[in-house]
Write a protein that binds this ligand. Structure first.
Ligand code: NAP
Length: 308
């Protein structure tokens, strides 16, 4: 029975986007180790070293291909090389932090091009092959930010809300073709999106903006309170693997203490109360930032006066 299951797994072809780091890299590795035929894609092949190293250490292998989800020509040429797949994991995503007032139109569109239209376009490219093969599975990596608001990350939150709406809708459209659609909704976890890939909007430090100190207050509260509590990414990867292998996967996987707590808060109708708490936290952090700025200014002034 187990042998039969393994043969079935081995014949399944999995395409994963955004495999240069984080959940994508770890899922590619976990799926390869579990016996899937993995096509790990990334937009910049120069970043493939971490994945290659992890694969070497695990004595596992995957096919690595270039794929930028925001570029139709990149999707087309990748699909030509890859051919039909059984499971698509739409994982690639970006985050640009800063008040919506400071985010440029280009930044907001870039977030949507990656987190929403990238998923839509790749899903459109892959689904006909799944229909031909009489089945498949699409796993979309959304976010807790797609269930609730995410201040100072409005475009990210809006793109993930759009993604969840897309997943819910196409799940019904694709059911007659034996294609499952799963939405993964993690809270904060320790990957590069909150480290090296944590982008700030280009106007984040624009002192003329009315939200200058608020951006900084948010960032301070985020660094002090959210980042240290972020979960371990392995937990998310385990759920993605569950979504890949379960006979009947759940429609949604809400993952992480923060995400589960917010799900309960929503169910209890207490979102307004939580928003109030968040506003107070950001206000306190912003006040501390203003005080720090004023101290810095006073020190500079004193130094200047002393040097005259
Ligand atoms: N970590 C969290 O707390 C968390 C929580 C909820 C949801 N998520 C979601 O999980 C997914 C994976 O993120 P992660 O946490 O693993 O962060 P990550 O380590 O920053 O990984 C993001 C991946 O997406 C890739 N990517 C960005 N733009 C792309 C594009 N245009 N085409 C192809 N690939 C692109 C990145 O490639 P480059 O290296 O080239 O930039 C990177 O490989 C994202 O959709 C994110 O929104 C993360």
């Amino acid at each position: 029975m187990e042998a039969q299951e393994n043969t079935q797994k081995a014949t399944k072809r999995v395409l994963i986007t955004g495999c240069s780091s984080g959940f994508g890299l770890m899922t590619a590795l976990a799926a390869a180790k579990a016996g899937f035929e993995v096509i790990a894609t990334m937009r910049n092949l120069k970043k493939a070293d971490s994945l290659r190293k992890a694969l070497d250490e695990a004595n596992a292998s995957v096919q690595i291909e270039e794929l930028d989800v925001t570029k139709p020509e990149s999707i087309a040429s990748a699909m030509e090389k890859i051919g039909p797949v059984d499971i698509l994991v739409n994982n690639a995503g970006i985050l640009i932090t800063g008040s919506f007032l400071d985010q440029t139109d280009e930044e907001m569109r870039r977030v949507f091009e990656t987190n929403y239209f990238g998923v839509v376009n790749l899903t459109k490219a892959v689904t006909p092959g799944m229909i031909e093969r009489k089945g498949g599975r699409i796993i979309n990596i959304a976010s807790l930010a797609g269930l609730i608001g995410h201040p100072y990350n409005a475009s990210y939150s809006a793109s993930k809300h759009a993604l969840i709406g897309f997943s819910k809708s196409i799940r019904v459209e694709l059911a007659p073709f034996n294609i499952d659609v799963v939405s993964i909704e993690p809270g904060y976890h320790k990957t590069e999106i909150i480290r090296a890939n944590a982008n700030q909007s280009e106007n984040f430090y624009d002192r003329s903006s009315p939200t200058f100190t608020w951006n900084r207050g948010f960032l301070k509260a985020f660094m002090d309170e959210i980042i240290p509590r972020a979960g371990e990414p392995e937990v998310v990867v385990k759920k993605i693997m569950e979504a890949m292998t379960a006979e009947e996967p759940k429609h949604h996987y809400v993952i992480g203490k923060d995400a589960v707590a917010m799900r309960i808060v929503r169910w209890l109708g207490l979102c307004g109360w939580v928003e109030g708490k968040i506003i107070r936290k950001i206000r306190r952090a912003t006040k501390r930032e203003i005080a720090r700025e004023m101290e810095k200014k006073a020190r500079r002034k004193k130094k200047k006066a002393e040097s005259v």
